[in-house]
Unconditional design. Structure first.
Length: 325
């Protein structure tokens, strides 16, 4: 996630408000993008503002740094392109310092380029209907001083950085053009979104389908109960009286309600009780076979119940003459 450091200036002593500080604060409070916004105010003094800027960069290690300053009398949001190595001002700072024709850093480059995508930022602002322009340099005042110190500090970092000047707000009570702080905060939002390559605008809501039939009021109320024999049950539809050709809501008068036959309510049949589970079959035990009863012996002196068949003589008995009579 990208981290963007936005610095603005506190109001000068005796000033009612400061456009850059108010706009940056509103942006930090209302930002909903994926990037992280870190907002820091700088004291409007040459030495102290440089010290605080370096400390904030070293502490937060941002992926982009934007210095916001107020340009009284300006009518558009201005993206500065060049920081000049010169302090030359006609008004003292918050600590009473008023440098004249003094280099910011002795022996350093005469000017340093900002690394914000200036033309892309201006195009994005104009696409949202906000006045915007690109400026070659930021002059030689306090905003330019901080701009030059920042570009020299970040020369080896390779992160986008630059100065954006905004018009005054009505709360400052200055002559000339002014824009509300909320409008300036929106402009800064577009600047940040363009620099980090994202758009934090909420997605457009999906169109709501308007079902006119579902929302239209019924002009003809139902006067009779709906017949029960409908095609849904495979039965013929009962004959209904033809409706009048035209009937307006004002001309319609309700007829006395007809007696309706109470329709028996359907009750679910009771669920059958579950059958008891059959007991496991027991193995049949074989019954013992009955023992045969002994035959009764004949009594003494009594003939056998069944006569015996006489024995025939064998062949040997017949030849030997020993056959028994």
């Amino acid at each position: 996630m990208a981290r963007v450091l936005i610095t603005a200036f506190e109001p000068l002593p005796g000033s009612a408000a400061e456009a850059s500080s108010d706009a940056a604060r509103i942006l930090a409070e209302t930002w909903h993008g994926r990037a992280e916004i870190v907002h820091r105010d700088l004291v409007p003094a040459y030495a102290e503002s440089s010290r605080r800027l370096r400390a904030s960069i070293a502490k937060h290690l941002p992926d982009a740094v934007i210095v916001v300053a107020t340009a009284p009398g300006a009518s558009a949001v201005t993206v500065e392109r060049l920081a000049v190595n010169l302090d030359d001002t006609h008004a003292p700072d918050a600590h009473g310092e008023q440098p004249v024709d003094r280099p910011i850093v002795e022996g350093a480059a005469a000017a340093l380029w900002g690394t914000l995508p200036a033309k892309e930022v201006v195009a994005a602002l104009e696409a949202h209907g906000l006045p915007a322009t690109v400026s070659l340099n930021a002059g030689s005042g306090l905003a330019n001083h901080v701009f030059y110190v920042m570009q020299r500090e970040l020369a080896e970092w390779g992160v986008p950085s630059g100065l954006v000047q905004v018009p005054a707000t009505p709360a400052m009570g200055l002559d000339g053009a002014a824009l509300p702080a909320e409008v300036l905060a929106e402009a800064l939002r577009i600047v940040v979104a363009t620099v980090v390559g994202e758009d934090d605008e909420p997605a457009a809501p999906a169109p709501v389908e308007d079902d006119a039939e579902a929302t239209q009021a019924y002009l003809l109320p139902i006067r009779e109960p709906i017949p029960g024999d409908t095609p849904a049950f495979g039965l013929p539809v009962a004959d209904e009286p033809a409706a009048p050709a035209a009937l307006s809501p004002a001309a319609w008068s309700p007829e006395p309600e007809a007696e309706t036959v109470a329709t028996p309510t359907w009750e679910p049949e009771p669920e059958p009780e579950p059958a008891p589970e059959p007991e496991p079959a027991r193995e049949a035990t074989p019954e013992p076979e009955p023992e045969p009863e002994p035959e009764p012996e004949p009594a003494a002196g009594q003939p056998d119940a069944a006569p015996q068949t006489p024995r025939l003589p064998t062949w040997d008995e017949i030849i030997s003459g020993k056959s028994q009579a």
